[in-house]
Design a protein around this ligand. Structure first.
Ligand SMILES: Nc1ncnc2c1ncn2[C@@H]1O[C@H](COP(=O)(O)OP(=O)(O)O)[C@@H](O)[C@H]1O
Ligand SMILES: [Mg+2]
Length: 315
């Protein structure tokens, strides 16, 4: 897995915290929107732990049907149910003395949550149809893209399990709240995909970069990676221009609103920047009109736009 790239202070603090807690056996909860790097962060914890040479096993609780999830996690003995013609170890046993990543834990059904809680408390699992419990030493990392606290309030997630899993909480900010990372990661993915496709890529135009910077990235880093991959493949003469940037058009007014409202983790500067860029767009780039509409001097506006340009954001 690749390294976590970031120029964002909050992300850097989270990486530091992840490395610090890595050496303990503490259960870690990684929260964040899809594509923010939760799996990458889980892997970072594993490779910085004393378990690094042992298995890192991941299971996606949302992708596996409910009835299969239990046997995938805990394994089964021969004849435990119709079709169990041989016995099979579960992910807990495979991850023994290593790390088990429970991806999208919020999707685990409440009955299985009870079993998971027991495993965490007792340090042993019961294979389905097994006669005696099996001891396991597993470090658990869980991820969720939903607010698990809300799931608890809605009665969909056990409160006791929540506290067991949430010993250390790492909440990853969405890409739109660390817009400086867009440029950094764009260049990273550009060279990665240029190499992969045998292309010599030298640059991206400021306006193409501007498009990337003004997008709200609902799919976060994963979406950016896809956009860059496609741009690299279609780029002519080693330069990515606006016409190679295919971004899903967002007519989602909710997202537009979110850009302007405060959400946890967003600074006043982030909001101000969005408001200024929005107003500038409304006034077709006319700075005099924009400054007047916002009640600031043209000089202030010019200075702020210059600051944004340093972040790679071209209005
Ligand atoms: N900070 C980062 N630096 C480099 N690559 C990243 C970063 N964050 C995410 N990625 C890449 O983006 C993709 C999605 O990351 P992933 O960890 O699977 O996200 P999540 O589990 O939150 O959905 C992966 O290909 C991953 O390598
Ligand atoms: Mg994931």
């Amino acid at each position: 897995m690749s390294e976590i790239l970031t120029s964002d202070r909050r992300m850097q603090d989270l990486i530091q915290l992840a490395k610090t807690v890595a050496s303990s056996k503490a259960t870690v909860m990684i929260q964040g929107e899809s594509g923010t790097g939760k799996e990458l962060m889980a892997n970072l914890i594993h490779i910085h732990s004393t378990r690094a040479t042992r298995p890192f096993v991941a299971i996606n609780c949302a992708a596996i049907p409910e009835n299969l999830l239990e046997s995938e996690l805990f394994g089964y003995e021969r004849g435990a149910f119709t079709g169990a013609v041989t016995s099979k170890a579960g992910k807990f046993e495979f991850a023994n003395s290593g790390t088990l990543l429970l991806d999208e834990i919020s999707e685990m059904d409440i009955r299985l949550q009870a079993k998971l809680l027991r495993v965490i408390q007792e340090g042993e699992i019961d294979r389905i149809g097994g006669r005696k419990p099996v001891s396991v030493d597993v470090r658990i990392i869980a991820t969720t893209n939903r607010n698990l606290g809300d799931c608890v309030k809605e009665g969909k997630f056990r409160e006791d399990l929540f506290y067991r899993l949430n010993v250390v909480n790492l909440t990853l900010p969405p890409l739109r709240e660390r817009i400086g990372d867009v440029k950094l990661m764009s260049f990273h993915f550009m060279s990665q995909y240029a190499q992969k496709n045998g292309k010599t890529l030298i640059d991206i135009t400021p306006s193409a970069l501007g498009l990337l910077n003004s997008h709200t990235w609902p799919g976060n880093v994963r979406e950016l990676e896809n956009v860059i991959e496609r741009a690299v493949i279609t780029a002519k003469e080693g330069v990515i221009t606006e016409s190679e940037i295919y971004i899903e058009r967002q007519n989602n007014s909710q997202l537009e609103l979110e850009k302007l409202n405060w959400v946890p983790g967003k600074t006043l500067n982030d909001i101000e920047r969005n408001v200024i860029l929005e107003a500038l767009q409304y006034h077709h780039g006319n700075r005099t009109h924009t400054a007047r509409a916002l009640g600031i001097s043209i000089r202030t506006l010019r200075n702020k736009l210059a600051d944004y340009r340093k972040l790679g954001i071209h209005a």
